[in-house]
Design a binder for this molecule. Structure first.
Ligand code: GDP
Length: 364
C-alpha cells in the first residue's frame, strides 16, 4: 500500500485528525471493505466524484473507491534525532511512509498545553524539520563508509551515489531539506536510494478553530507562504469539526457543513492532497455489479495496472480496452464511446493516464 504518515508536535491535533479519518471509514464500513489495520494505521477511501458519475452512466450496483493508508506517528519532540522521547522509533516509523502529513497547530487554547509554550506554526514546522534533517545527516554519515567501500570495488552506482552524497551533505548541514535540493531527475532517483526523511513530499495541515475553518487565520497565512516558498502544498482544516462531522449521517452533515460555509468535509481535501502527494493516479473498472477505482503509480504501464487487480491479469496480459474519462462521460458511457471510435486497444507499453476506464484482456 501507499502510506501517508501524520507527524507533528504533541497536542497539535494529530490523533483527532486520525480518528476523524478512520471514523469516517468506520461509518462507511458497511459498504466498503476498509478497516483499521492497527491502532495507529487505517485505510481511507479516496473521495472521487468521477467514480459516482461513471457508476451512474453504467448503472453499476455499487461503487468501490480506491484507498490509501494513513498512519498516526505520535511522539516527535525536540531532540527526537538524539533519541529524546523514543525519537528513534518515531523516525523509523516515518522512514516507512511514502509521504508526510505535517499537522501544525494554528489554534489558540489556554487549556491545551503547547509543548513549546505558545502557538507559532512556523517555529513548530522548523523544529520538526530540523529533527528530520539531523536524522538524515546522521544517516548519510553512516551510509558513507559502505558506499565508499563499494565505490572502491568498482560499483558504479555506489560511486555515483557517493558523489551525490558528498555534494548534498554540506547543503543539508547548512539547513536545506533533501526535497529542496536542486537536482536533476537522475539525481533524484539516486537520492531516493539513500532513504532520506526530508526527501519525502510534505503536505502542511493547518489545524484551526471552528471560526477559521473556512477562512483560515493569520497563522495559516504564514504557513501558506512558507509552503509556497518551498514548493509544498497546505490545507486548512479544523480537526475537531472533522471529528464531529465524522459522527453525523449524510443529511445532518450537509447541514452542518452549510452553517460552516464549507462545500465538503476538510478531510476530503486532506485525502485528495495526500493522494496526489504520493504520485499516484486512478484508473477505473466498470460493470453492472460495480464501478471501482484503482491506484497505480504515475508512469505505470497497462500490464502493471492489470496486476493491481490480479497478478494473473498481469502475467497473461494481452491488451487493454481503454476509454478516457472525458470521452466516457461525453459519449454517455462505454457503448457510446465504442460507437464513436473512442475505445482504444492498448498494448503492453501503454502508460496509464489518470481517469482511464479499462477492461483488460488476458490469457488464463
Ligand atoms: P496530538 O497530540 O497531536 O495527537 O493532539 P490531539 O489530537 O490529542 O489534540 C490535543 C488536544 O487539542 C485535544 O484536547 C483536542 O481535543 C484538541 N484539539 C484538536 N484539534 C483542535 C482544534 O481544531 N481546535 C481546538 N480548540 N482544539 C483542538
Amino acid at each position: 500500500g501507499f502510506t501517508c504518515g501524520i507527524v507533528g508536535l504533541p497536542n497539535v491535533g494529530k490523533s483527532t485528525l486520525f480518528n476523524a479519518l478512520t471514523e469516517t471509514v468506520a461509518a462507511a464500513a458497511a459498504n466498503y471493505p476498509f478497516c483499521t489495520i492497527e491502532p495507529n494505521t487505517g485505510r481511507v477511501p479516496v473521495p472521487d466524484k468521477r467514480l459516482d458519475i461513471v457508476a451512474g452512466l453504467a448503472k453499476s450496483a455499487k461503487t468501490i473507491p480506491t484507498q490509501i493508508e494513513i498512519r498516526d506517528i505520535a511522539g516527535l519532540v525536540r531532540g527526537a534525532s538524539k533519541g529524546e522521547g523514543l525519537g528513534n522509533q518515531f523516525l523509523a516509523a516515518i522512514r516507512e511512509t511514502d509521504a508526510i502529513l505535517h499537522v501544525l497547530r494554528c489554534f489558540e487554547n489556554d487549556d491545551i498545553t503547547h509543548v513549546e509554550g505558545n502557538v507559532d506554526p512556523l517555529r513548530d514546522a522548523e523544529l520538526i524539520e530540523t529533527e528530520l534533517l539531523l536524522a538524515d545527516i546522521e544517516s548519510l554519515a553512516r551510509q558513507r563508509d559502505g558506499l565508499a567501500k563499494r565505490a572502491k570495488a568498482q560499483d558504479k552506482e555506489a560511486k555515483a551515489r557517493l558523489d551525490l552524497l558528498d555534494r548534498v551533505l554540506p547543503q543539508m548541514e547548512d539547513g536545506t531539506s533533501a526535497r529542496r535540493l536542486a537536482l536533476s531527475s537522475d539525481e533524484c532517483a539516486l537520492l531516493s536510494g539513500l532513504h532520506l526523511l526530508t526527501a519525502k513530499p510534505v503536505l502542511y495541515v493547518c489545524n484551526v478553530d471552528e471560526d477559521a475553518a473556512a477562512s483560515g487565520n493569520i497563522w495559516t497565512e504564514r504557513v501558506a507562504a512558507m509552503a509556497a516558498n518551498e514548493g509544498s502544498r497546505h490545507v486548512v482544516i479544523s480537526a475537531e469539526i472533522e471529528a464531529q462531522l465524522a459522527q453525523l449521517g449524510k443529511g445532518e452533515r450537509d447541514e452542518f457543513l452549510q452553517t460552516l460555509d464549507l462545500d465538503e468535509p476538510g478531510l476530503n481535501r486532506v485525502i485528495r492532497e495526500g493522494y496526489s502527494l504520493l504520485g499516484l493516479l486512478t484508473f477505473i473498472t466498470v460493470g453492472p455489479k460495480e464501478a471501482r477505482a484503482w491506484t497505480v503509480e504515475q508512469g505505470a504501464t497497462a500490464p502493471e495496472a492489470a496486476g493491481v487487480i490480479h497478478t494473473d491479469f498481469q502475467k497473461g496480459f494481452i491488451a487493454a480496452e481503454i476509454v478516457a474519462y472525458d470521452d466516457f462521460v461525453r459519449l454517455g458511457g462505454e457503448q457510446g464511446a465504442k460507437e464513436a471510435g473512442r475505445m482504444r486497444l492498448e498494448g503492453r507499453d501503454y502508460v496509464m493516464k489518470d481517469g482511464d476506464i479499462c477492461h483488460f484482456r488476458f490469457n488464463v
